[in-house]
Design a protein around this ligand. Structure first.
Ligand code: 5AD
Ligand code: SF4
Length: 444
């Protein structure tokens, strides 16, 4: 490969989960530190990083079509790096299939991006999908800027091995980042403007560390330390596994005001037989009991979940149990997916793979159930007063968009700025958002 002029501008495109969004931001900071500038919206970039997701088949197909689309009209292409979980799982295949890709960087190696970029400029393609024991986080530059709401990865990887899931293979075993590093990074985020921090991890509630006194603490210990930062007003965490929901973390929902009343707790299916085939190691009943315990300490908690339809062998009756569970729980938010066989996972070779049209039909019914629950949750919020964290401007003059404590999108017209906490009354509900009136306006 001939050497290329050093790139001046870059764009990072992240797909998939919030952890990828976080990783994408960190790669962007790293490239800025190296002297590159983020390409403006709509502007052609010299370097494009595709930060990919491997969780479902469609996400993988997208990578190849995106690589194709990066080709410019004159036949040239930007320098392309493929990062994230597809890079980890299919690194060599990408190199063979897509000659325009010059760098393949797994999720544990992206601190090596500048070195790999130098290689690419010198005309050499490189792959790094190592999962080193030393942390990539230590090699990243300090954080500078932040929006009103920021992500902070506290834990990566997964030891649960659900039979459908690639995460244990692409992100590796569960690793918790050290307490002190996280408090320091949170301080930087708050200095940079963050009012809300969402702690991220594939199994975030499996996080554990040693606090400043050398005591072993769980996620609630970290949340308590962050709650002590005066300018941080909201703390959230995602994604949790039911089996790692400890008494201490549940109690934190009652004790720590800054911890928002929202819990993303995927259950995947409402059928015990399917849960067992998924290797979820919990039952519908144990999950419901857990929700009761959380609701007992925080009655207004908003619940959120992930669901898979069409897992191999799922019968109509088993699917109906999932819909019944959704109707019973009343989720404020839920993500639903058609089962997608992932290479190397046990479920991919199970008998009883479900036909695509059956999956389509089940997904529609499941999403209708989720929609019913979400709209009902929003309608039940009307008349309540709460704080909205302002995240951005709306389309109408004087309109602002933000989030309620229950993670609903809310919009209002009034005087505000990004990062403000505005007290409002929720006055009208749609399926996906609420309109609000600032209390200051009501009083006037
Ligand atoms: N097929 C469909 N959905 C999946 N998920 C994970 N793996 C698969 C798969 N192979 C879903 C689960 C998980 C969410 C992040 O993605 O619901 O909670
Ligand atoms: Fe995947 Fe299951 Fe681990 Fe979640 S808990 S990341 S679904 S293996």
């Amino acid at each position: 490969m001939p050497s290329a002029p050093p790139p001046q501008t870059f764009r990072v495109k992240s797909f998939g989960c919030q952890m990828n969004v976080y990783d994408g931001e960190r790669m962007g900071e790293l490239l800025s530190e190296t002297g590159l500038t983020a390409a403006a919206e709509g502007q052609d970039a010299d370097l494009v990083v595709l930060n990919t997701c491997h969780i479902r088949e469609k996400a993988v197909d997208r990578v190849y079509s995106d690589i194709g689309r990066l080709k410019r009209r004159d036949g040239t292409a930007p320098l392309i790096a493929v990062a994230g979980c597809v890079a980890q799982a299919e690194g060599e295949e990408i190199m063979a299939r897509a000659p325009s890709v010059k760098m393949v960087i797994g999720p544990q190696a992206y601190h090596r991006l500048p070195a790999m970029l130098a290689e690419a400029v010198a005309g050499r393609r490189s792959v790094d999908t190592d999962m080193p024991a030393d942390s990539k986080f230590a090699a990243l530059p300090a954080r500078r800027r932040s929006g009103a709401s920021a992500f902070l990865t506290v834990q990566e990887g997964c030891d649960k091995f659900c039979t459908y899931c690639v995460v244990p293979y692409t992100r590796g075993a569960e690793v918790s980042r050290p307490f002190g590093d996280l408090v320091a990074e949170a301080e930087r985020l708050v200095e940079g403007g963050a009012r809300e921090i969402t702690l991220l991890g594939q199994n975030v509630n499996a996080w554990t560390g040693e606090d400043t006194k050398g005591r072993t603490v769980g996620l609630e210990g970290l949340i308590r330390a962050l709650a002590a930062l005066p300018d941080l007003v909201r703390i959230r965490y995602t994604t949790s596994h039911p089996n790692d929901m400890t008494d201490g973390l549940i109690a934190a929902h009652a004790e720590i005001d800054k911890l928002m009343p929202f819990l993303h707790l995927p259950v995947q299916s409402g059928s015990d037989r399917v849960l067992q085939a998924m290797n979820r190691s919990h039952t519908v009943e144990s999950y419901l009991k857990l929700l009761d315990r959380v609701r007992a300490v925080r009655p207004d908690i908003a619940l959120s979940g992930d669901f898979i339809v069409g897992f191999p062998g799922e019968t109509e009756a088993e699917f109906a149990e999932t819909v019944a569970l959704i109707d019973m729980v009343g989720y404020a938010l839920a993500f639903s997916f058609k089962y997608s066989p992932r290479p190397g996972t046990p479920a991919a070779t199970m008998d009883g793979q479900i036909a695509p049209e059956v999956m389509d039909e089940r997904l529609q019914r499941l999403q209708a159930a989720v929609g019913r629950g979400q709209f009902a949750f929003n309608r039940a919020s009307v008349g309540h007063r709460c704080a909205v964290l302002v995240e951005r401007k709306g389309k109408l003059p004087g309109q602002w968009l933000g989030k309620t404590p229950w993670l609903q999108s809310a919009h209002f017209i009034g005087n505000a700025a990004i990062g403000d906490i505005v007290e409002v009354e929720l006055v009208d509900a749609g399926p996906n958002s609420l309109s609000a009136l600032p209390l200051a306006a009501i009083a006037a």
